[in-house]
Ligand binder design. Structure first.
Ligand code: NAP
Length: 530
């Protein structure tokens, strides 16, 4: 067995990769990050579109592994804008002296496990190679951009920008006619900003989405001080919540209160703003009748904000609320009252093609100068499948997953020894506050590697049986609510030809944490070590 160059190869320098490198070094391991971008920050490096901001509150969307860091860092707004989160990632990289452990502009093309030396061999698109005993894919859940399969991109006279690949120098919309395709979280954040800058904005909407106001505001100094005085307590309480977010969760059913009380509760929470609107009652995502009451409330809100009734109708989503990921906005619905904004329904008549002057939809032509594509991601599996990952049998991960992914805890896969994924399919990940979730994965993975070293094991692999059991459980839990009744990226339904399988673990962060702890307590139950 020859020695690899590194103990751990890490793919990606987002929040997972940075903490992985720091923790590996703390534990005396020799680790290296390969990162496709030219800087750290992952999601927050790539998604620089106007209006990009986190829709989890700043005091919670932050690392907790280092108390001095969480005490010293000052967030300036209730919801942090992208540039501030990127500065935070850069600060973390500098504070913990991580930059010399990262190779930038090194996109991994292939990762191959070699059985004879029990190592991973990574090759970059640019040809460089690296070997490591363990490989950790810290590649993110929402990082493989999805381009709409439209004809004519090259024919267009202007520029086309994807929100997830935004140019660093920004885009000047002044005096321009702009098209935005897509009305998910990214579109809903950027549309109000582009509307203010452009001469004309045309929004092409396939499916309307539910959005709750952010009511963003400058950080309240008293609130920040109160959180910091009990940061550890708040983080612990958050871990007991299904989504890993501390806040107000109602344990009552929407059906056990009067219509007046229910409407008053929705109104109170609408005025507070944010994702916890969905927690107004405990059964919004399990009882269709309860869900209907919230749908009706939000439809009424949309109709009260948008002055043109036919536009308001188009903006009212027909499906259940919370089936797709909820959006949080600033002035989204009101933007459609502006004289320079129009909405085009591409559900009934899809976009035919992009042409020299703009977009062709049925018999209508829309002449524009700039096209913004806000069509999301090949979620959860996309970033992994875009790398040629080959395990001990030589079969690629993509082939293993052609009928849908399967993973043990979203952490490891059978046939892929010594490979770990951060927030992979089968973990709560995208259904939770990603920062605490990824910290838990990083700690689990690095503790596991330390265990292997201390026990003189070289190889660890998820057993097929444990993987199958966990995956069956993941699918069983997904059937319990009404979330999977809506076509969404959770199910892979946004990508043509992708297997429709509910990918994240819907059982909640506390149940998942408990399972991960049990696996360790039982000597890495479900894993085979050699
Ligand atoms: P998304 O939620 O998948 O939305 C994509 C939008 O593009 C949808 O309206 C979709 O319509 C439309 N679309 C996709 N393909 C299309 C096509 N071929 N033709 C026309 N329309 C098409 O993507 P996203 O907005 O980038 O958000 C993805 C996730 O990233 C979010 O759900 C959230 O988890 C995360 N995110 C978070 C934040 C935040 O923290 N503030 C911000 C941005 C994103 P259909 O619905 O009909 O498919």
């Amino acid at each position: 067995m020859s020695d690899p160059q590194y103990d751990v190869a890490i793919v990606g320098a987002g929040f997972s990769g940075l903490y992985l490198l720091h923790r590996c070094r703390q534990m005396g391991m020799n680790a290296r990050i390969w990162e496709a971008g030219s800087g750290v920050g992952g999601t927050w490096y790539w998604n620089r579109y106007p209006g990009a901001r986190c829709d989890i509150e700043s005091m919670q969307y932050s690392y907790q592994f280092d108390d001095a860091l969480q005490q010293e860092w000052e967030w300036t707004e209730r919801y942090s804008p992208q540039p501030e989160i990127l500065r935070y990632a850069e600060h973390v990289a500098e504070r913990f002296a991580l930059l010399d452990g990262i190779d930038f502009e090194r996109r991994v093309q292939q990762a191959v496990y070699s059985k004879p030396d029990a190592c991973w061999h990574l090759t970059a698109e640019s040809g460089q190679k690296i070997s490591a005993r363990y490989c950790v894919m810290a590649t993110g859940c929402l990082s493989a951009p999805n381009w709409p399969p439209l004809k004519g991109y090259d024919d267009f006279h202007g520029n086309v920008y994807h929100t997830a690949l935004w140019p660093h120098e920004g885009v000047d919309f002044s005096g321009k006619r702009v098209a935005v395709i897509g009305t998910g979280s990214s579109g809903i954040q950027t549309i109000p900003m582009i509307a203010q800058a452009a001469s004309e904005l045309t929004v092409f909407q396939r499916t309307p989405n539910y959005s709750v106001p952010a009511h963003n505001q400058p950080m309240d100094a008293q609130y920040s001080a109160a959180v910091k005085a009990d940061y550890r307590g708040m983080r612990e309480r958050a871990k007991q919540r299904i989504g890993g977010i501390e806040g107000e969760y109602n344990t009552a059913s929407a059906m056990e209160v009067s219509d007046e009380d229910r409407t008053a509760e929705y109104e109170r929470r609408w005025q507070q703003g944010g994702l916890l609107f969905l927690q107004s009652y405990s059964d919004i995502l399990t009882n269709k009748t309860s869900n209907d009451t919230m749908v009706e409330f939000v439809h009424d809100k949309i109709r009260s904000i948008v002055t043109a009734p036919e536009v308001a109708d188009l903006l009212c989503p027909p499906n259940i609320i919370g089936g797709k990921r909820m959006c949080v906005d600033t002035n989204y619905y009101a933007t459609f009252n502006r004289a320079n904004v129009s909405l085009v329904d591409i559900r009934t008549t899809p976009i035919d093609c992009i042409n020299r002057q703009g977009l062709s939809v049925g018999s209508d032509q829309y002449d524009v100068d700039i096209i913004v594509v806000a069509t999301g991601f090949d979620a959860m599996t996309g970033a992994l499948n875009r790398i040629d990952i080959r395990g001990k049998s030589g079969t690629s991960l993509k082939d293993h997953w052609k009928d849908g992914p399967s993973s043990y805890l979203g952490l490891a896969m059978h046939d892929f020894p010594n490979l770990f994924t951060v927030t992979g399919p089968g973990s709560p990940s995208v259904l939770t506050n990603m920062l605490p979730t990824l910290e838990q994965h990083v700690e689990w993975i690095t503790d596991c590697i330390a265990y292997l070293r201390n026990s003189n094991y070289t190889v660890i692999e998820a057993s097929r049986e444990a993987q199958d059991q966990w995956w069956d459980h993941t699918q069983e839990v997904a059937k319990q609510g009404i979330k999977q009744t809506t076509n969404s990226w959770y199910l892979g339904a946004n990508i043509e030809g992708k297997a429709k399988v509910f990918m994240p673990y819907l059982g909640g962060f506390p149940a998942y944490l408990k399972k991960c702890e049990e696996v360790v307590a039982n000597g890495y139950q479900g894993f085979v070590t050699r």
